[in-house]
Design a protein around this ligand. Structure first.
Ligand code: C2E
Ligand code: MG
Ligand code: MG
Ligand code: MG
Length: 287
């Protein structure tokens, strides 16, 4: 009986694996045409000062599959990377995001994520320069977010790329800081404007003294190196207050605002009483 069970289990397992594989194959096939079919859209999540002034938005890619519905970026972006589609999709997103930013108050920034394939793409710096030119967006209003995984390979060219972007005048953020290798040599060698502390460290902040020590240290480290700090994944008022007190420059997370479509930004700003303070006071610094 045990033998029979084992065989059955093996067969069941194989079949469900097959279904998963078939679904993945189906998704990959749809992904190839998703851009032409207009299935991608962009949501924007606010980046906010500790005084709750909106400072800008991060563009987040969304894919609405015609049959399945919304597929999370954590699922389709790695697929698109593997199939060599991400560079083309990223090009589309960059232009969308820059165009959207043109309709916002002129001190707002727009942050765009770059996956490894996009960052390593030879034409990246030209693409960024051309898009800014085409759309007419001031370079310092564009922020490019990369993760440390991007920097693992091709170190010398990476530095060239970052330096060229720096010369163009765009801002560069190190995303998801603390989750990957977090090699301090990256901070020493690469010209980042901002470190984004990963939401992993923010989640338990109020009850976790070790977590507090780590976040406090990252803030001090960044400021010591002349960089700004953004906290990701701020979900509670308590976290926001703690981060304000510790001198964090920018907050992002569901407590400050969910990702929303471009069309909803106007209303979001109207409902957010401090959203336009920076514009009226002409103040551009974050603190
Ligand atoms: P990320 O760049 O670190 O973006 C932050 C993610 O955290 C987003 O997930 C956002 O919706 C989510 N988030 C924001 N606030 C909170 C919060 O308070 N609590 C929690 N639990 N989550 C929060 P999303 O949109 O699913 O994106 C996941 C990742 O996919 C992004 O992480 C980024 O690495 C990648 N991604 C998204 N859009 C793009 C894109 O246009 N291009 C590239 N290359 N990657 C993208
Ligand atoms: Mg990001
Ligand atoms: Mg992040
Ligand atoms: Mg993250």
């Amino acid at each position: 009986a045990a033998k029979k069970d084992g065989r059955n289990r093996a067969r069941t397992f194989t079949r469900s694996m097959l279904i998963v594989l078939e679904q993945r194959e189906m998704l990959r096939r749809s992904l190839r045409t998703a851009l032409q079919e207009g299935e991608f859209f962009v949501e924007y999540q606010p980046l906010v000062s500790p005084a709750f002034e909106v400072l800008g938005f991060e563009a987040l890619l969304r894919w609405r599959h015609p049959l399945i519905g919304n597929i999370p970026p954590s699922v389709f972006i790695p697929m698109a990377e593997k199939d060599g589609l991400m560079s083309e999709i990223g090009k589309w997103l960059l232009e969308q995001a820059c165009r959207a930013a043109m309709s916002w108050p002129s001190h707002f920034t727009v942050a765009v994520n770059l996956s490894p394939a996009e960052f390593l793409h030879e034409g990246l710096t030209d693409r960024v320069a051309q898009t800014l030119d085409l759309v007419g967006l001031r370079p310092d209003r564009l922020e490019l977010e990369i993760t440390e995984s991007v920097l693992l390979e091709r170190t010398i060219n990476n530095l060239d790329t970052l330096n060229t972007l720096n010369v163009l005048g765009v801002q560069i953020s190190l995303d998801d800081f603390g989750t990957f290798y977090s090699s301090l040599s990256y901070l020493k060698n690469f010209p980042f404007d901002t470190i984004k502390i990963d939401q992993y460290f923010i989640k338990d902040l109020e009850h976790d003294e070790k977590g507090q020590t780590i976040v406090r240290s990252i803030i001090a480290l960044a400021h010591g190196l002349g960089m700004h700090v953004t906290a990701e994944g701020v979900e509670t008022e308590g976290q926001a207050i703690w981060l304000e007190k510790e001198g964090c420059d920018r907050l992002q997370g569901y407590f400050l605002g969910f990702p929303i479509p471009a069309e909803a930004i106007g209303e979001f700003l109207r409902k957010s009483p401090t959203a336009l303070i920076g514009e009226f006071s002409g103040r551009r610094s974050w603190r």
